[in-house]
Design a protein around this ligand. Structure first.
Ligand SMILES: Cc1cc2nc3c(=O)[nH]c(=O)nc-3n(C[C@H](O)[C@H](O)[C@H](O)COP(=O)(O)O)c2cc1C
Length: 366
């Protein structure tokens, strides 16, 4: 791998740990979503069943850890810590972009450690849209999947990040066709995800036509990649890209808007991510139609401290989810998906203006 790519990956980890890289003036929209409290839940707290299925795999709870890292030495420890925790808890995990290990096989272990430590968990391989729009194709996609014996492949879309990144790759033309080739050639499902700026109803339809099996919205309101690249440009003394990062810090589609737009546009499972910060956010996401909720940034610091801390963090999120399920009277994830919610304020306005119904949340299995 080039020294540049390696340096960038380390910068991303360091900046995400040391600086505030969260959206500043825009939120996920979860504060506009209210679940209906039940004083008479008519269920037993101790009998709440959090198990669910996603892409024909059983999860102990509808939670996954989103792509964080790989490709540099210290990623081995982080990915191992996350993998141990998700294996123990029966959740899912997506590794970071595998480009580094496609280019330098010596780095494969920084990713494959995930399968070593999580022989049964749902693991998702990861490649970047810009690489697929460029030279990468079915061969690289297969290699990424084989590297971690993945249950699915994620293709990440990050046009905002690539634009703000000084050395970004901005060729996105032809990517939908490339994704289509890959969905046809692979024997595992392909998930397409954003990286913090969300997916619109229009793009969700294009992805459905390209044969993707699930969409992970990764909307606005959590980690901002314009912010990460703003800090990197600042450290590099690149004032132009620093200013661009500042200008686009809060760019994107809030997670709640993206989730409902996508849910009303396509018939496939949807992962809610981007600013999921608690089990209450996750509960709201599932009521709004998500099959799983995914978190990246909240897992980073625990991962640096090891598997136990990751497990504690995830176990707490699951406990919050269970508590919220009790309070809305849902003793299974299927019932939670049918629980009522009201969407008000800015999110309701957004959806109406865009021609979507703020009262309709369809959950698509399996
Ligand atoms: C340090 C760090 C590294 C990341 N690396 C990747 C990556 O390699 N591939 C990817 O698809 N997403 C990557 N992401 C994006 C996350 O998977 C996620 O989409 C985004 O951070 C929004 O979720 P959050 O608000 O919970 O952090 C990374 C995020 C962070 C914080």
């Amino acid at each position: 791998m080039s020294e540049k790519l390696k340096g960038r990956k380390i910068d991303h980890l360091d900046i995400s740990m040391e600086e505030n890289v969260q959206a500043r003036h825009v939120t996920t929209g979860f504060e506009d979503v209210t679940l209906i409290h039940r004083a008479l839940p008519e269920i037993d707290h101790d009998r709440i069943d959090l198990t669910t299925r996603f892409l024909n795999h059983k999860f102990s709870a509808p939670i996954m850890v989103e792509a964080l890292t790989g490709g540099v030495e210290k990623a081995t420890k982080l990915n191992a810590a996350i993998a141990v925790a998700v294996e123990k808890l029966g959740l899912g995990m997506m590794v970071g972009s595998q480009r580094a290990a496609i280019e330098d096989s010596k780095l494969e272990r920084t990713f494959s450690v995930a399968r070593e430590k999580a022989p049964n968990a749902f693991l998702i391989a990861n490649l970047g849209g810009p690489q697929l729009a460029g030279k990468y194709g079915v061969r690289e996609a297969r290699k990424a999947v084989e590297m971690i014996e993945a249950d699915a492949l994620a293709v990440h879309l990050n046009p905002l990040q690539e634009t703000v990144q000084p050395e970004g790759e901005r060729g996105y033309k032809g990517l939908a066709d490339k994704i289509c080739q890959i969905t046809k050639a692979l024997d595992v499902p392909v998930i397409v995800k954003e990286t913090g700026a969300g997916i619109s109803g229009e793009d969700a339809k294009k992805l459905e036509a390209a044969g993707v099996a699930a969409i992970d919205v990764a909307g606005l309101g959590g980690t901002s990649w314009a912010a990460v690249e703003y800090h990197r440009a600042k450290r590099l003394g690149d004032e132009f890209h620093q200013a661009l990062g500042e200008a686009f810090w809060d760019w994107g589609i809030p997670t709640v808007a993206s989730l409902i737009e996508t849910g009303q546009s396509v018939h496939m499972p949807i992962v809610a991510s981007g600013g999921i910060r608690s089990g209450i956010d996750a509960t709201k996401a599932i009521v709004l139609g998500a099959s799983l909720a995914g978190m990246a940034q909240p897992i980073l610091d625990p991962a640096f401290h090891g598997a136990t801390r990751v497990e504690e963090k995830l176990a707490f999120v699951i406990e919050e989810l269970r508590t919220a399920m009790f309070l809305v009277g849902a003793d299974s994830i299927q019932k939670l998906g049918k629980a009522p919610a009201i969407v008000t304020g800015k999110m309701a306005e957004w959806l109406s203006m865009r021609g979507f119904d703020p009262r309709v949340y369809a959950r698509r299995g399996p």
